[in-house]
Design a protein around this ligand. Structure first.
Ligand SMILES: [Zn+2]
Length: 703
C-alpha cells in the first residue's frame, strides 16, 4: 500500500530551542545536546565518574541551528537516505524536503515490493491478519468545530504499555506513539502474544492523520507500528534517529509490509504541515537517548505531550541544561500537559541515573573474578555506560542474549558508543581471557526461563557456569508480575554460591520515569492550564492528580482518562470528557493474526489448561442403531489414563448405553443431537467421578 497520499508534505522548520552552547572550548553542537543528561561525561559536575570517551566523537554531530536543507553533508548525521544501511561518510545525502522511504536493505525498493507481492500470493502466514470484526457504528464523531481541540486516549491509561494517544482538530489528527503491551496473567488471555491499541476510530478517520510522532524507542511506544501501520494508511512517522533505527530493525521482521515512511527529525525540530498545523518537539530525559516530547500548536496554546520522562537532577535541584529546556517549553503558552505518571505513586525525586553509572563502574573496576550483569536491553544509557567502563578498565564484554546483541549493534550504528576491536568477545572465545577481565552482559534479569541469565544460573549454558568466584549484578527492578520468576532466578544463582547484588542492595538501577516531585516540577515549569496524567494504571494517574492538587494545581483542571476516553477543550477554556468512548476492546496479536480478543477461543484455552480434554470416538451402524465396537477414548491433560482403566471402561459403557438407548427410541438418527446428548451425559459422568470438567469432544461416525 502506498503511504497516505492525502497527507500533505510538511514544511520543516527549526525552533530556537537549543541555544548553541560552548563548554570548555568545545562546540556543544558536536555532541548531541541531550547527551548531557544521557551520557555521563557531559553531566555537569559529574565528570569524575565516567571518563570522557571517544564515543562522543563517534556519534555524528548535529547541527541544531542549521536547517536540514543546507550545510555540509558530512556534518549532518541525520541526513535521510534511501536505505537502512549504515550511514556512509560520503555525504550521499538525499535531497532535502523529499519524503524518504526506508527500505530494509540496499536492495532496490522495486525488488522488495516484488518479493512482498510474491509472499502475498503464496501462503505467507504473516498475512493472516484478521481485520477487526467490530462493525458497530462509532459512538464518537470526528471534530468539525474550529473552536474545538480534542485529545484521544487510544490506550495507555489503564496499565503500563500500548501507549497511543492523538490530537485532533477540524482538519488534522496527529498521533503520539504506537506501542504494544505484553500479556500478563491479569489479562487472562493464554496464548495471546501482545495486546495492541484499538485503532478503530483512527482507521475510520485516517484521511485526517498528518503523521505519527514517536517519542522514543521502547516497545510500549513503538511495538504496535508493524501491526497497525497498514490499517492507518501508512502515515509518515516522525522520530529521532535512534528511535528510527529501532523501528526499522523491527520492520525487518515483517517483510510482507510496505517500507515505512520515516522522517528522521533532529532534536527540537518542528514540522509544519500544509494544513497549517505545527508540531514542535523538545528533548527529554529518559532511559534511552533521543527521547523527545511533542507539542501541537493551537490558537489557545500548546497541547504538550511529555512521552516517558524523568529529570536529570542533583539532590532534587534540576541541573542547568535540563532546566533550560523545560523553561523554554514553559516560556510558551501551554494549554494542556499530557504527562507520564508511571512513578507518581512515589514521593520526591527519583535516584539519578548518574549514581547508578558510578556504582556499576565501581563494580567493573573492583570486582575480583568474573562479573555477570543482567539488565534491560532497552536501557541504552546503561548498556553504553557499562561498555565504556569495561573499556576504561580493560575488561572484555560477552553479550549474551539476542536483544542485548541487537541493541549493542544499534548503539554502535547510532554512534552512541565506539567499540574498538577486541572489546566485544563471543562466548566461546571468553575462555581465553582471565576471569578478572570478563564481563558477561546477559538478558533475563526478570527471570525469563530461557534467557541467558537463567541458563547461566542453572548450568544449562553451553559456555558459562557460575561458581563462588563470580559476582552477579541484577541491574534492573522487578517488573510487577515477575516477582516469583525473579525469586526463582535468585535461588538458582545462590545455589552456585556466587555473590549477588540487586538494586535493593545497592544503587545499581534507577527508573526512567520521574517520581511525583519531578512531575510536579515539570508541571510548574511548563505552566499549563489543564493537566492530563497518562501512562500508568489508574492508581498511577490518580496519584499524579493528587500530587498536582497538593502542589496547588486546581482539581477541576485535571482530567484522568481511561482507555478510549475523548477529551475536548472548547475555545481553550471549557474542558470536558465525552460521555461516549472510542472502541477500546483489546486488539490482540495471537500467533500471526491480529484481531479483537476472541473470548470463545480464550475460554476454551483456559478450560483446556485447567481440566484438559476428553475425546470419545464411536462408529455407529445407522441401520441397527448399535455401535460397531466399544468406543475409543483419547484424552490430554485430564487424568493419567493408565492408572484409571476402570474409569475408562465405565466411560465406554456409559457412552455405548447412552447412544444405543437414544437410537432405540427414535426412528431417525440425528448425529448432531446424539453428539449433544453424549457430551452432556459424559460431562456429568466425568464430573461425578473426578470432580473435573474437561472439554468433551464426541466423534460419532455413522455407517
Ligand atoms: Zn520508555
Amino acid at each position: 500500500m502506498e503511504p497516505s497520499s492525502s497527507s500533505p508534505r510538511p514544511r520543516r522548520t527549526f525552533t530556537n530551542f537549543r541555544p548553541r552552547r560552548t563548554e570548555g572550548g568545545v562546540d556543544a553542537s558536536h555532541t548531541p545536546a541531550r547527551a548531557a543528561s544521557h551520557r555521563p561525561e557531559r553531566r555537569a559536575g559529574a565528570g569524575s565518574y565516567v571518563p570522557r570517551r571517544a564515543s562522543s566523537d563517534a556519534r555524528p554531530s548535529r547541527q541544531h541551528t542549521r536547517p536540514i536543507e543546507g550545510g555540509d553533508a558530512s556534518r549532518r548525521p541525520y541526513v535521510r537516505k534511501e536505505s537502512f544501511a549504515p550511514r556512509k561518510e560520503d555525504g550521499a545525502a538525499a535531497p532535502s524536503g523529499r519524503s524518504i522511504r526506508f527500505v530494509h536493505s540496499e536492495e532496490p525498493r522495486k525488488r522488495v515490493r516484488a518479493q512482498a507481492r510474491q509472499r502475498r500470493s503464496t501462503t505467507s502466514p504473516a498475512l493472516v491478519q484478521r481485520v477487526a470484526t467490530d462493525v458497530r457504528p462509532l459512538a464518537v464523531q470526528p471534530v468539525t468545530d474550529p473552536d474545538l481541540v480534542r485529545i484521544g486516549v487510544v490506550s495507555g491509561a489503564e496499565g503500563i504499555g500500548r501507549n497511543m494517544y492523538f490530537y485532533e482538530d477540524k482538519d488534522n489528527i496527529v498521533i503520539f506513539d504506537c506501542g504494544l503491551q505484553f500479556v500478563s496473567p491479569l489479562h487472562n488471555a493464554p496464548g495471546v502474544n501482545f495486546i495492541l491499541p484499538n485503532t478503530q476510530y483512527l482507521e475510520a478517520h485516517k484521511h485526517k492523520i498528518r503523521g505519527m510522532f514517536v517519542t522514543h524507542g521502547h516497545l510500549d511506544h513503538i511495538g504496535g507500528i508493524q501491526f497497525l501501520i497498514e490499517r492507518l494508511g501508512y502515515p509518515p512517522i516522525y522520530t529521532q534517529y535512534l528511535t528510527s533505527l529501532l523501528i526499522l530493525k523491527r520492520h525487518e521482521e515483517y517483510p510482507h509490509l510496505d517500507p515505512l515512511n520515516i522522517q528522521v527529525i533532529k532534536e527540537g525540530e518542528s514540522v509544519t504541515f500544509e494544513t497549517g498545523i505545527k508540531v514542535k518537539t523538545f528533548p527529554v530525559t529518559h532511559s534511552i537517548p533521543d527521547a523527545m516530547g511533542v507539542m501541537v500548536e493551537t490558537k489557545w496554546g500548546n497541547v504538550v505531550f511529555t512521552g516517558d520522562v524523568r529529570l536529570d537532577h542533583k539532590g532534587e535541584e534540576v541541573v542547568g541544561e535540563e532546566k533550560r529546556y523545560w523553561e523554554l517549553v514553559g516560556a510558551q503558552k501551554n494549554l494542556i500537559l499530557i504527562a507520564d505518571s508511571t512513578n507518581c505513586d512515589r514521593p520526591g525525586f527519583s535516584q539519578p541515573e548518574g549514581v547508578v553509572f558510578e556504582n556499576l563502574r565501581k563494580y567493573i573496576r573492583d570486582t575480583k573474578g568474573r562479573l555477570v550483569i543482567g539488565t534491560f536491553a532497552s536501557q541504552f544509557d546503561r548498556l553504553t555506560s557499562i561498555i565504556n567502563s569495561c573499556l576504561e578498565f580493560g575488561r572484555i564484554i560477552v553479550p549474551e542474549g539476542r536483544s542485548i546483541k541487537t541493541n549493542i549493534d544499534i548503539a554502535i550504528k547510532a554512534g552512541l558508543i565506539k567499540v574498538p576491536a577486541g572489546l566485544i568477545v563471543s562466548a566461546p572465545e571468553a575462555d581465553k581471557y582471565p576471569r578478572d577481565k570478563v564481563v558477561i552482559l546477559a538478558t533475563g534479569a526478570q527471570g525469563e526461563e530461557f534467557a541467558a541469565m537463567s541458563r547461566i544460573a542453572t548450568g544449562e549454558h553451553k559456555f558459562f557456569k557460575l561458581d563462588q568466584y563470580d559476582t552477579v549484578l541484577l541491574s534492573s527492578s522487578v517488573i510487577p508480575g515477575n516477582e516469583l520468576a525473579v525469586q526463582s532466578l535468585k535461588d538458582k544463582i545462590f545455589r552456585n554460591n556466587s555473590r549477588v547484588v540487586t538494586y535493593q542492595g545497592d544503587n545499581i538501577h534507577a527508573s526512567g520515569h520521574g517520581y511525583s516531585g519531578e512531575m510536579n516540577w515539570i508541571r510548574r515549569t511548563v505552566g499549563p492550564k489543564f493537566l492530563m496524567p497518562i501512562h500508568g494504571n489508574h492508581f498511577h494517574l490518580k496519584s499524579h492528580m493528587y500530587a498536582a492538587v497538593q502542589d496547588g494545581f486546581p482539581r477541576e483542571n485535571v482530567v484522568v482518562p481511561d482507555n478510549g476516553s475523548v477529551i475536548e477543550i472548547y475555545k481553550g477554556e471549557m474542558l470536558r470528557v465525552l460521555p461516549e468512548k472510542m472502541p477500546n476492546e483489546d486488539l490482540t496479536v495471537d500467533g500471526l493474526s491480529v484481531g479483537l480478543r476472541q473470548e470463545v477461543v480464550l475460554r476454551d484455552r483456559i478450560a483446556l489448561s485447567n481440566d484438559g480434554m476428553f475425546v470419545v470416538v464411536a462408529s455407529l451402524d445407522t441401520r441397527t442403531g448399535k455401535l460397531r465396537k466399544s468406543p475409543d477414548i483419547i484424552s490430554r491433560g485430564f487424568i493419567y489414563l493408565r492408572e484409571n482403566q476402570q474409569l475408562l471402561n465405565d466411560a465406554r459403557t456409559m457412552v455405548r448405553t447412552q447412544i444405543e438407548e437414544s437410537t432405540a427410541n427414535s426412528r431417525h438418527i440425528d448425529l448432531d443431537v446424539l453428539r449433544d446428548e453424549v457430551t452432556d451425559a459424559l460431562t456429568k459422568f466425568l464430573l461425578q467421578q473426578t470432580n473435573k470438567t474437561p472439554i468433551v469432544i464426541p466423534v460419532i461416525i455413522g455407517f
